[in-house]
Ligand binder design. Sequence first.
Ligand code: PMP
Length: 454
Amino acid sequence: MSNSPVPQKLSLAARDLDVVWHPCTQMHDHETIPMLAIERAEGAWLHATDGRSYLDAISSWWTNVFGHRHPRIVAGLKDQLDRLDHIMLAGMTHEPAVALAEQLVRLAPAGLSRVFYADNGSSAVEVALKMSFHYWRNQGRPSRNRFIALSGGYHGETIGALSVTDVALYRATYAPLLFTPILAPSPDAYLGEIGESAQEHAARRLIDMRALLERHAHEVAAVIVEPLVQCAGGMRMYHADYLVGLRALCDEFEVHLIADEIAVGFGRTGSLFACEQAAISPDFMCLSKGLTGGTLPLSAVLTNEAVHAAFYAEYSAGKAFLHSHSYTGNALACRAALETLAIFNDEPVLENNRRLAAHLGQRLLELADHPHVADIRQTGMIAAIELVRERKTRSPFPANERRGLRVYLHGLERGVILRPLGNVVYFMPPYCVTTAEIDLMVEVAIEGIERAVA
Ligand code: PMP
């Protein structure tokens, strides 16, 4: 082992680039793009080692619902650290895991009464896929071993979750490693025909889904969707009627419905869970990200009694569900989640968000006639702007022109973290954001867009 001291003269960013390999990054980019070295965060703001501050307009990859270091979550975590840090969740339990499961069952759509923990979003998706497959196997129907996913959907980047993801950037390279889902065309309103409403498009896409189920239901375990907003696929939004119709189709064809609420859960779309807007209960609901208020990794898969019962048998029947992560149900993370739910319970979060979302929508009207903006869309505290080469034909800018990156770089100059998804500039701020901060992020985005399309 080398005893050479860390060269303290180098900046944190320089030391980082010597040893850390970053996610979702071509590391070569950092020859020109600065690495932000953040030493402190508070509310909607990140403070860097060079004294600069940045408004976190995308909630640290959509995790940070109440702002950084929310006093209540910080206090809960300190208290929890003095009691119990982490134990394995096999054969033993602890108060935060039980209390959190009780709360989630109370808050979730009716019928979701069992909680299985994991420790990140992708793992929750793996759990839901495996559990659905295993349910059918336990029921004596092992041929139901395929999944239907939506075009443009994203469910994570582990092998199973990536298999049901349809975003080429993440999937194409690894395709030989993946299983092949049955892809149904997305109800994404942006893809509707000219003059077709989001609702009409949703209805048309349900006809496609019915056709797929008629052909494939005998071999399908579950349909997996991101309710209301396909986030990583470009903040593509669709009408809640699609979820209503999809639930009915899944019932008719006896197929499970998996709602991946990892990005849209916890108030993001205007209701605590997006499924509420369609008044449906999925068979599996995956939660993560905002679950701990953006402090610690944790995920949960909620399911119903029928699924639980299919696994409940004498040991010798060999029906037990097998999926175990060392940090399943981590006590600190569960405690952070309990504090997060307490904030939702005690403060008028959704009501405040309605006001903030209305302000954000109002400010974006400024771009309504922009020649390089094809669409401005919003669902609750998610708003997105679709940049195109030509508004009339909606012809996209080629991806390799990296127009979104120019918006990102302009944001850095002005102290706002915007991280466009390709040519989609979006806002997903923490709920503590003020109207003045919304004004700032919109102003900076508009300046960035002008630079990007020039
Ligand atoms: N599903 C959805 C809808 C997501 O947005 C994400 C993360 N962007 C995931 C799954 C994967 O979560 P994680 O990054 O924690 O693995």
